[in-house]
Design a binder for this molecule. Structure first.
Ligand SMILES: Nc1nc2c(c(=O)[nH]1)N[C@H]1C(S)=C(S)[C@@H](COP(=O)(O)O)O[C@H]1N2
Ligand SMILES: [Mo]
Length: 525
């Protein structure tokens, strides 16, 4: 037997005084046991509402993220911020499991206590989220229990001794920590963790497929007519394709949607609460409106804006059916995963086309953009109005505060008049001669009147505007320029239909949207 070769005749023969496993072994066992616990926890949660416990911890972290960190994350990672957070969460788990493993080499109970502490964080995060099942709250503890057992079997001398005593024919001499059992356990647990990882990933995929399969393949025809995407702009379409439409939300995993049970409830300060199923909404008169949606976190010249053809039901009609009470100040909405926002009642009733949208660019609302239904309010930033995965609309006073308001963002979020240079692109080198500078400008629900472009310190020149589709959409612009060799600075500014010209005063995105002129430095060769 190989073990015999390692026997030191002078070594004590009592398993209680076995040498502790080396650091590397503690680290490996810690990580492998942690991974198994994590994936098993996820699988258990999938029997409930399916959201991964790690995602839930991520979500409650996001909910507690200070404003500066959120801004920093969006500025640096943009719409990849979720991926970065996800990778960050796995890294944190890795480091925690590894250090727990190393410090628990002598006493596996330390690992057990640590695992259950981590599980408690997961469980509390799950309990915090609106609509999680009891199973998701319980799942992290199952993971912690399994991880702790694996670690104890792999590293703990007393557990090893106890296990050996139960096996009749072992004739081994205890020789320090049991390398053989460590190897056997970690290899088995590592294999199990890989399988559990694959299974949980597959099941999350199945969950999304189940939601996706409920999306109708077509919607009833709507009044209003889609705009034809004319070829005005040299490169960018007027209507943003769904695949290019920006995505901003706090959801690390999509909420479960069960269309048969889903209801939109309108309640609060109303004469008569209204409750509508998805079919009820589809059966109502459908309108189609092209509306540009933008995010308050969009930096000057930034990409967090898109123009889509939204189909749905006019909110004003639903509200007049419910009968809005005089005391109502705010239209406050909640998503299936508990996100909230609110905007002034006046904006819902001042004639603008606020939609309970069911469709986007001719298809049922994609899950990322809020299936089964979302709000779209022309002229307001998304953070105060555009609730995705819509669940309830309450007529309230300003006492209720939407998700972002206690986090330092303004209570009111009217969109600020803005313009952006899209062509030339950043870093693009332009050949001298005739060149078309192009971009877009927006002042939703006010409308764009003129756009001016300036090259270096030359006088402002007025750009040509695309057809005025509606005041609720952006307006593409272009201007011919005779580019001369050298470095240039191109600047754009817009004037809206109220006569307001964009200020050059630079303001950050917080608390209510950036201001300043977009400019681009380019090289002409
Ligand atoms: N449920 C939910 N809806 C939400 C949000 C969110 O975090 N959760 N974010 C809002 C914000 S800040 C914006 S800018 C828009 C973005 O919509 P989009 O992702 O479809 O572009 O959705 C809004 N609706
Ligand atoms: Mo936003």
């Amino acid at each position: 037997m190989t073990e015999l070769a390692e026997v030191d005749p002078a070594a004590p023969r009592d398993a209680d005084v076995w040498a502790a496993p080396p650091r590397w072994a503690g680290a490996v066992a810690g990580v492998v046991a942690g991974a198994l616990g994590l994936f098993v926890g996820h699988i258990v949660a999938q029997f409930g509402d399916g959201v991964s416990p790690l995602d839930l911890v991520g979500s409650s972290f996001v909910d507690r993220t200070p404003r500066w960190l959120k801004e920093w994350a969006i500025a640096n990672f943009g719409t990849n911020d979720k991926l970065v957070l996800e990778i960050g969460a796995y890294c944190v788990m890795f480091v925690v499991a590894l250090s727990l493993g190393v410090t628990s080499r002598r006493r596996a109970t330390v690992y057990t206590i640590g695992s259950f502490a981590v599980a408690l964080v997961g469980s509390v995060s799950a309990a915090e989220r609106v609509g999680t099942s009891a199973l998701s709250i319980f799942a992290p503890f199952v993971g912690a229990a399994i991880g702790s057992i694996v670690f104890a079997v792999a590293c703990d001398a007393l557990v090893g001794k106890w296990l050996d005593a139960r096996r009749p024919h072992v004739s081994r001499v205890p020789v320090g920590w049991d390398r053989r059992r460590f190897l056997r356990t970690t290899v088995a647990a590592g294999t199990a963790a890989s399988i559990a990882g694959v299974v949980s990933t597959r099941r999350e995929g199945d969950r999304l497929d189940r939601i996706e399969s409920q999306r109708p393949t077509s919607l009833p025809s709507a009044d209003g007519g889609a705009v034809s995407a004319d070829e005005f702009h040299p490169t960018d379409p007027f209507v943003t394709p769904i695949s290019d439409f920006y995505r901003i939300d706090t959801a690390l995993s999509f909420p479960n949607v069960d269309l048969d049970r889903w209801r939109l409830r309108i309640s609060g300060l109303v004469d008569q609460p209204v409750e509508l199923s998805y079919q009820d909404l589809l059966a109502r008169p459908q309108v189609e409106r092209t509306i540009t949606l933008c995010c308050v976190s969009n930096e000057i010249g930034g990409p967090l804006i898109g123009n889509a053809v939204w189909q749905g039901v006019l909110l004003s009609e639903l509200l007049s059916e419910a009968g809005v009470a005089d005391e109502a100040e705010q239209v406050f909405s909640t998503s299936l995963d508990g996100w909230t926002c609110g905007f002034p009642v006046e904006n819902a009733l001042d004639g603008r086309d606020c939609l309970v949208a069911l469709g986007m660019n001719g298809e049922a609302l994609p899950l990322v953009h809020g299936f089964p239904a979302r709000l779209v309010v022309p002229g307001l930033y998304g953070y105060v109005s555009a609730t995705k995965w819509l669940s309830t609309i309450e007529l309230t006073t300003w006492d209720r505060r939407g998700y972002w308001i206690p986090r330092g963002w303004s209570r009111l979020g009217p969109v600020k008049t803005q313009s952006r240079i899209d062509v030339p692109r950043r870093g693009q080198t332009v050949s001298s001669g005739e060149f078309v500078i192009a971009g877009t400008a927006w002042a939703q629900h006010t409308g764009i009147a003129t756009v001016e472009v300036r090259v270096d310190d030359e006088p402002w020149r007025e750009a040509t505007l695309a057809d005025d589709v509606s005041d609720d959409t952006w307006r593409q612009w272009k201007i011919l320029w005779n580019a001369t060799p050298g470095e240039h600075r191109l600047t754009v500014r817009a004037t809206d239909k109220s006569g307001y010209t964009q200020t050059d005063r630079v303001a950050p995105v917080a608390p209510d949207g950036a201001t300043g002129w977009h400019y681009r430095r380019i090289k002409v060769v």
